[in-house]
Ligand binder design. Structure first.
Ligand code: AMP
Length: 295
């Protein structure tokens, strides 16, 4: 087994499953718990907040940097997705991460690999309806990362809210003894959710992008006031188009735990809700979500 490299700042860089397994085994022998934060790199403060959250819950934190090809469709941005491995490793080390797993493609998908993980109905709705390949790719890579690293807990961002629920579901269904923790969405001063893809926005688009969180925030207030769900979501969509968004893939108010629809009338009292949206600004697709409740 090739030894993983240990740069001077103390973070270990592992590129093979054998290396991460050896790291995990050593921790287990020492009685230490491991928290995992999977990422596709091009890190920002949102990712780092998840590292810090994991560090509060586990003795040792590992992150993964892997741009996962199976969650991109052929027409999507796999080739142009930002890759900045050495800056990412420095940022992870500074945030207190002890291991970074940067697997080669064949560590995750060995030659001849044919196994995929599909989470049922939840994967076909909302994001899954627009990007049918997406959650199967996410579930397939996360399952492999869980199998390679065997973490005690894993942290995922609420920014990708449906993804968080898909991962909770697969963890339960496959019986992984892993606690899944959701981390709050970190935002820019104008409310835009931090995202590696925000780098695609031109200067004018970047100014328009703040309309997405603003529209969702206003919609949440209206839903909490009992305005009909259909009307609220339609108004939010019109507001985005008026602000310069080119199209809206969906804006939907759903049950926060199951993502089941809440009907078209007023939101039910006392039920935790989540409004979720995806919209396009030029060629960049942005997603966001916020909680609401009528009480
Ligand atoms: P990604 O690198 O985009 O695949 O994201 C890796 C993890 O970071 C996922 O669990 C995301 O939900 C999470 N994440 C992305 N953006 C944010 C954000 N603005 N705040 C908190 N977590 C985030």
């Amino acid at each position: 087994m090739a030894p993983s490299s240990s740069p001077p700042h103390g973070i270990e860089v592992a590129r093979t499953r054998d290396e991460v397994r050896a790291f995990r085994l050593k921790l287990s022998r020492e009685g230490q718990t491991l928290g995992l934060v999977p990422t596709m790199g091009a890190l920002h403060e949102g990712h780092l907040s998840l590292i810090r959250l994991a560090a509060r819950e586990a003795d040792v934190v590992a992150a993964s940097l892997f741009v996962n090809p199976t969650q991109f469709a052929a027409h999507e941005d796999f080739g142009s997705y930002p890759r900045r491995e050495s800056e990412d490793i420095d940022m992870l080390a500074a945030a207190g991460c002890r291991l970074v797993y940067c697997p080669r493609l064949t560590e995750i998908y060995p030659s001849g690999d044919s196994t995929r993980v599909r989470v049922g109905a939840l994967s076909e709705d909302l994001e899954g309806a627009i990007r049918p390949h997406f959650f199967e790719g996410v579930a397939s890579v996360v399952t492999r990362l869980f199998a390679h690293l065997g973490p005690d807990l894993a942290v995922f961002g609420e920014k990708d809210y449906q993804q968080l629920l898909v991962i909770r579901t697969l963890t339960r269904d496959l019986g992984f003894p892993i606690r899944i923790i959701g981390g709050p969405t970190r935002r820019e001063p104008d409310g835009l959710a931090m995202s590696s893809r925000n780098a695609y926005l031109g200067a004018a688009e970047r100014k328009q992008a703040g309309a997405l969180p603003a529209a969702l925030e206003q919609a949440c207030k209206r839903l909490a006031d009992g305005e009909p769900i259909n009307a609220v979501c339609e108004k939010a969509g019109s507001r985005l188009l008026a602000a310069g968004f080119s199209s809206v893939d969906y804006i939907e108010a759903r049950h926060a735990e199951t993502l089941s629809p809440l009907g078209t009338g007023s939101a039910p009292y006392g039920v935790p809700g989540r409004i979720l949206a995806a919209a396009r600004l030029g060629t960049t697709r942005l997603i966001d979500n916020l909680p609401f409740q009528r009480s």
